[in-house]
Design a protein around this ligand. Structure first.
Ligand SMILES: NC(=O)C1=CN([C@@H]2O[C@H](COP(=O)(O)OP(=O)(O)OC[C@H]3O[C@@H](n4cnc5c(N)ncnc54)[C@H](O)[C@@H]3O)[C@@H](O)[C@H]2O)C=CC1
Ligand SMILES: CC(C)CC(=O)C(=O)O
Ligand SMILES: [Mg+2]
Length: 360
């Protein structure tokens, strides 16, 4: 029996988490394994209930679990709090740091039946693309110190520090090259080495690591060009290796190119392969509570958890297959169609994926 810390969080988090658990329950039934779920508050709901975004009990639950399934945190209700008490900065970033989850995998792949939902022109999207964004998650400008605000009036200023250690770049680069070896053997390192000193070091270290992977092609691209090339010709990319901030931005763009933010799952792993699994998107306050959020990113995050932390590859493959087959039947949530009348709800999408999984 494996223990899973389930942290639904805020906004659409609890809605999509319910569907992911439903699918994981069906997978257990079909593939005869057992998961024990323990739920805990995180983010805004934890501020409301426990006066802190990351209660000690939640952290201890994660420490005592085999994996963490995370929804999303944050929203307008908590935006007026001091920045360092807001859910994203006070819960998600500390969780990532605490478990040293430096490797964030975000696979953006077009489901064949969704080429119509892709915002690119049909002649550009063609048969689709398959990109793995490998994002450094525990360093860079999101974590560098000092950061702060000083002064007053027109002279008031604010600053963040972008900092990367050689060892931090090396370990994420190795993850990217290892991943590329199992795919199409191409790494594109996204940087801004023409301007940022940290990115000069980034490029140097990536080139050094590349020497150990002569079978993998390495390219470098500046981040501004990368975001443009993604919409011009996404098929040119296999593995995109990014620092923390550029990976955050590039992966949202890649998600939308597959049809919706609600499709992009992610795994955040440490060196021991302990993982936190969450959709790449946020709490989507604009649609929260309406029952229309796409649960697929959360469901596929559950599948990634089965694959990377729990050794249930067959069940993970079956969930991936059931999602693809459901979409292929034309069953889509509102984010994937302009014909809102035909869209299914969050719950109906979860039910359809469960039915497909059990029928396979
Ligand atoms: N990992 C996390 O917990 C993250 C939390 N956030 C937080 O979430 C809040 C909202 O952030 P936004 O910038 O608006 O980004 P967001 O990703 O929550 O939403 C951006 C757009 O994508 C849509 N969207 C996202 N997920 C969807 C889904 N599953 N189905 C259908 N549509 C979906 C939303 O409706 C919205 O129009 C903020 O407080 C932000 O800080 C943002 C990103 C990650
Ligand atoms: C909310 C941020 C802390 C993170 C984010 O946008 C992300 O990880 O995609
Ligand atoms: Mg983001």
């Amino acid at each position: 029996m494996k223990k899973i810390a389930v942290l639904p969080g805020d906004g659409i988090g609890p809605e999509v988490m319910k569907e992911a658990i439903k699918v994981l329950d069906a997978a257990q039934e079909k593939y005869s394994f057992e998961l024990e779920y323990e739920y805990a508050d995180v983010g805004g709901i934890a501020i409301d209930n426990h006066k802190t975004a990351l209660p000690q009990a939640t952290l201890e639950l994660c420490e005592n679990s085999d994996a963490v399934l995370f929804g999303s945190v944050g929203g307008p209700k908590w935006e007026s709090l001091p920045p360092d008490q807001q859910p994203e900065r006070a819960a998600l970033l500390p969780l990532r740091k605490h478990f040293d989850l430096f490797c964030n995998l975000r696979p953006a792949k077009v489901f064949p039946s969704l080429t119509k939902s892709c915002p690119l022109r049909p002649d550009i999207v063609g048969d689709g693309f398959d990109i793995l964004c490998v994002r450094e998650l525990t360093s860079g400008i999101y974590f560098g110190t000092p950061k702060g605000r000083e002064g007053q009036g027109p002279d008031e200023f604010a600053f963040d520090t972008m900092r990367y250690k050689r060892s931090e770049i090396e370990r994420i680069a190795r993850m990217a090259f290892d991943a590329a070896r199992l795919r199409n053997k191409k790494v594109t390192s996204v940087d801004k080495a023409n301007v940022l000193t940290t990115m000069v070091l980034w490029r140097e270290v990536v080139m050094e690591v590349a020497r150990d992977y002569p079978d993998v092609e390495l390219n470098h691209i500046y981040v501004d060009n990368a975001t443009m090339q993604l919409v011009r010709y996404p098929q040119q990319f296999d593995v995109m290796l990014c620092g923390n901030m550029f990976g955050d931005i590039v992966s949202d763009e890649a998600a939308m190119l597959t049809g919706s933010m609600g499709l992009l799952a992610s795994a955040s792993l440490n060196a021991d392969k302990f993982g936190l699994y969450e959709p790449a998107g946020g709490s989507a306050p604009d649609i929260a509570g309406k029952g229309i959020a796409n649960p697929i990113a959360q469901i596929l995050s559950g599948a990634m958890m089965l694959r990377y932390s729990l050794g249930q590859d067959d069940a993970a493959d079956a969930i991936d297959g059931a999602v693809g087959a459901t979409l292929a039947k034309g069953i889509v949530t509102a984010d994937l169609t302009s014909d809102r009348e035909s869209a299914v709800t969050t719950v109906e999408m979860g039910d359809a994926i469960v039915a497909e999984l059990l029928a396979r």
